[in-house]
Write a protein that binds this ligand. Structure first.
Ligand code: TRP
Ligand code: SF4
Length: 328
């Protein structure tokens, strides 16, 4: 039986952190065994917010590729490429833009949210309004069955399905409606208890080494009500405990859960334990990163191979779309 196809992308806006990993990347790594997967670095999308300093995008894209490979995306199992290496994305975007009513885009909640969120760049561009149209082109070029996305991206995907329906109805059934694949995301906040985000400077990066992880864990907010060592704590409200749930063995989790409530363990010792289990958990990633950093040409070759493979599909779908419209 033919495996179902998955496609997803990530904007290169710098080094990835554990929030990105547990929110998306880990899910991708798991999916590559079961599905035919295409993952791409959305460098054209990144222009929508980085257009004032686009020179950074190239370095960011390389960092993302290294993060992906270190985290376990495997070129033997999935296809990885850079969006701008496949110009068919841009051509299909242009074609789709002719059939998408502007009010559909203005209604998109993420459009307004991002505009409110990003204050240091003018986000009133034509390109940013059309962000979901480019995203639709990305997806439908590969006739993806599913798109693994965070819950915040669900409205984009609904819009993609609407665009597909409109195209198929106007011309001919060329595209398929992609389904969302939303993963369970463990609740993990940043070092200070707010959402993990580069803008808050509260992240642990996938590229952090042993020392950095240790230092960052030491700086983490714990149960704010636990002011003194002999105050009992509550793991349910502690910002650190969810990390134990991910990285520490069950027996350790249970022991901390009990001992914290009776003040038998202090936050300092609890942090030391977490540093150890986290560093152990992240060690395979640290080692792979070292290998890939030592041979950047291998990384470029992986993306090049991915482009060759993906582009065959992209070209064929674009051809079908143009024929359906009698442009060819
Ligand atoms: N919008 C996605 C993000 O910000 C990136 C993206 C671009 C994408 N094109 C896509 C995701 C296609 C899934 C499918 O992370
Ligand atoms: Fe949190 Fe651990 Fe301190 Fe309890 S002992 S409050 S779980 S850091």
């Amino acid at each position: 039986m033919k495996r179902k196809r998955i496609l997803s992308g990530m904007q290169p806006s710098g080094k990835l952190h554990l929030g990105n990993y547990f929110g998306a990347l880990k899910n991708w790594v798991d999916l590559q065994d079961e599905f035919e997967c295409y993952f791409f670095i959305a460098d054209w999308h990144a222009l929508s917010s980085l257009y004032e300093g686009p020179g950074r995008i190239k370095d960011f894209s390389f960092e993302v590729a290294i993060d992906w490979l270190s985290a376990g995306l495997d070129p033997e199992k999935c296809t990885m490429f850079l969006q701008s290496d496949i110009p068919e994305h841009a051509e299909l975007h242009l074609i789709l833009s002719m059939i998408v009513p502007v009010p559909w885009l203005e209604r998109n909640p993420t459009y307004k949210e991002k505009q409110d969120e990003i204050k240091n760049v003018d986000m009133n561009s034509y390109g940013f309004l059309g962000y979901p149209v480019l995203q639709t082109a990305d997806i439908v070029l590969y006739k993806a069955d599913y798109v693994p996305v965070g819950i915040d991206q669900a409205p984009h995907l609904e819009l993609s399905r609407e665009i597909v329906r409109r195209f198929n109805k106007l011309y001919k059934k060329v595209f398929i409606e992609p389904g969302a694949k939303i993963s369970d995301i463990p609740k993990l906040n940043g070092l200070d208890g707010r959402k993990m985000s580069k803008t808050y400077n509260n992240t642990i990066f996938l590229s952090d080494g042993e020392k950095e992880v240790g230092k960052k864990v030491q700086s983490m907010l714990t149960d704010p009500a636990r002011a003194r060592r002999d105050d009992p704590g509550n793991p349910d409200v502690c910002n650190l405990y969810p990390f134990h749930k991910i990285y520490s063995p069950k027996a350790m989790q249970d022991e901390i859960n009990t001992d914290c409530r009776t003040a038998k363990i202090g936050c300092g010792d609890c942090k030391k334990l977490l540093s150890q289990t986290m560093v152990e958990g992240m060690r395979p990633m640290m080692e792979k990163r070292r290998e890939f950093l030592a041979c950047p040409d291998v990384v470029k070759e992986i993306l090049h191979e991915g482009t060759l493979k993906a582009r065959v599909i992209a070209k064929s779908t674009l051809e079908q779309a143009k024929q359906a419209m009698k442009l060819k």
